[in-house]
Write a protein that binds this ligand. Structure first.
Ligand code: SF4
Length: 63
């Protein structure tokens, strides 16, 4: 099953992914960067929207 992953070296912590797919992504208060809290929390389409909206291209699908 493919799952989203965040490259925290690229993430700037803007929060867009957590706003668009809040059941999948959250900002880690310790790092200020996005993490995947539930890889299937949102639909694939919602996650795709979050991926497309990430300003740094920090989110990708992994198998
Ligand atoms: S949208 Fe991209 S840059 Fe913004 S918090 Fe999410 S992963 Fe980080």
């Amino acid at each position: 099953m493919k799952q989203p992953q965040v490259n925290q070296d690229i993430c700037i912590g803007c929060g867009t992914c957590a706003a668009l797919a809040p059941a999948t992504f959250a900002i880690d208060p310790n790092t200020g960067k996005a993490t995947v809290v539930n890889p299937s929390g949102n639909t694939e389409a919602e996650i795709d929207t979050a991926i497309a909206s990430c300003p740094g291209g920090a989110i990708s699908w992994t198998e």
